[in-house]
Design a protein around this ligand. Structure first.
Ligand SMILES: Cc1cc2nc3c(=O)[nH]c(=O)nc-3n(C[C@H](O)[C@H](O)[C@H](O)COP(=O)(O)OP(=O)(O)OC[C@H]3O[C@@H](n4cnc5c(N)ncnc54)[C@H](O)[C@@H]3O)c2cc1C
Length: 360
């Protein structure tokens, strides 16, 4: 069954482009209940299943504008919640296929905006908006080095995609997955993991329920006691920022390479300098506000009631990118100052180091 009909869609667009503009095309397409769009990507939920006590998988049929993804990559998902467009990133949990569907696996946080909305509302027929696929935590399919996958909680999702791809290729390299969850009922993909372990001798999986017990969290001693060899392997680690930091400490030195992706933000790096306030002029709203050099521009704007589109709050998803017309800023991720005019800044990881003009 094929859901992505890129060729059909392209042909249709060429035919009607003389009579209709892209926004009108999108409008009528949505009015008619279709997911077709000129360049935006809309995806319809075609199935939903529970994955654990607090996690569920949505199978989506996107239109032809999404493009292909590599295992380990993610996508920004947007929907309207309470009259506001909300964006969050979700990793693909399936292996790429030619059938046109993709899957995301969402951990339900009852106090979270998007995951709670998806839990309550996303079911067969729901249409969601996706953006371009991105993410660098992918693995070289042709490498022969053993893979060590370290998953903390919902960080299992991109690693499951990578593992499923390896399984579909016949498990050409040795793969070890170590997977931590808070408790026994939170483990996802348990049947699939067991089935893959039964099929392939060179795949091993270790699951650890931490039960809030410090001694069960990732450590070098724990990996050694499990018989996990970190020497010369390719490590891919995903989970909270605290988890990936510990995973790096435990493995990066012995491993051939270490890649990671954090699903949660690190605390924002405050300025070494003395606290200072700067004036930020907001061009679109014709307002000026005072911000401190000790916090991110995103936090400063939000605290003053200015609603800005944001997503991951850690510089990954680009949702809060905006144009800095004048002034200088400091990027907490690259630890670099940007004094250029008309440059793009991600508000969540940027703080002011002078008065600024922003195109928002
Ligand atoms: C690259 C990437 C890939 C990801 N992939 C996945 C995935 O595959 N599966 C998955 O489940 N998640 C994934 N995530 C995480 C996901 O993007 C969301 O962050 C997650 O679903 C929570 O979003 P939310 O809107 O439900 O919660 P949010 O509304 O963002 O809130 C998160 C938590 O913060 C608390 N909070 C919110 N605002 C405040 C405040 N002002 N003060 C104090 N506390 C507050 C909330 O109570 C909640 O507990 C990924 C993240 C990234 C960056």
């Amino acid at each position: 069954m094929s859901y992505i009909t890129t060729a059909d869609e392209k042909g249709l667009k060429r035919l009607i482009s003389a009579f209709i503009s892209p926004p009108t095309y999108d409008f009528w397409s949505r009015q008619l209940g279709s997911t077709h769009a000129w360049s935006r990507c809309y995806a319809r939920v075609i199935a939903r299943r529970a994955e654990s006590s607090n996690t569920f998988t949505l199978r989506l049929a996107p239109n032809g504008n999404i493009g292909r993804f590599a295992p380990g990559q993610h996508v920004n998902l947007t929907t309207e919640i309470g009259g506001r467009r909300v964006t969050r990133s979700y990793s693909f949990s399936n292996a790429p296929n030619d059938d046109g569907w993709v899957e995301i696996t969402v951990r339900h946080d009852p106090s979270g905006l998007m995951s709670n909305w998806l839990f309550d509302n996303a079911d067969k027929g729901t249409v969601l908006e996706l953006e371009k696929v991105f993410g660098a935590m992918t693995s070289d399919t042709f490498s022969e080095l053993p893979l060590l996958l370290l998953a903390g909680g919902s960080g299992i999702t991109p690693l499951m995609s990578l593992l499923r791809e390896q399984a579909s290729l016949g498990m050409p390299r040795r793969v070890t997955l170590v997977y931590w969850e808070r408790n026994d009922t939170s483990f996802c993909f348990t049947q699939d993991l067991q089935a893959i372990a039964e099929r392939f001798d060179n795949f091993a999986v270790h699951t650890i329920a931490t039960m809030e017990n410090e001694s069960r969290r990732i450590s070098t001693a724990q990996l050694t006691s499990l018989g996990v060899d970190t020497a010369g392997v390719t490590v891919l680690a995903c989970g909270s920022s605290a988890f990936v930091d510990r995973a790096r400490l435990c493995t990066a030195e012995a491993a051939a390479s270490f890649q990671s992706e954090a699903f949660t933000a690190r605390p924002f790096a405050v300025a070494d300098e003395a606290p200072r306030n700067f004036t930020v002029k907001l061009l679109s709203s014709n307002r000026s506000i005072e911000v401190s050099n000790q916090e991110s521009l995103l936090t400063a704007l939000e605290r003053q009631g200015i609603v800005v589109q944001s997503g991951c709050r850690m510089g990954v998803c680009n949702t809060c990118s905006c144009k800095k017309v004048t002034g200088s800023t400091w990027n907490a991720e690259s630890a670099e100052t940007d004094s250029n005019t008309n440059s793009s800044v991600r508000l969540c990881i940027t703080r002011a180091t002078s008065d600024l003009t922003l195109a928002i």
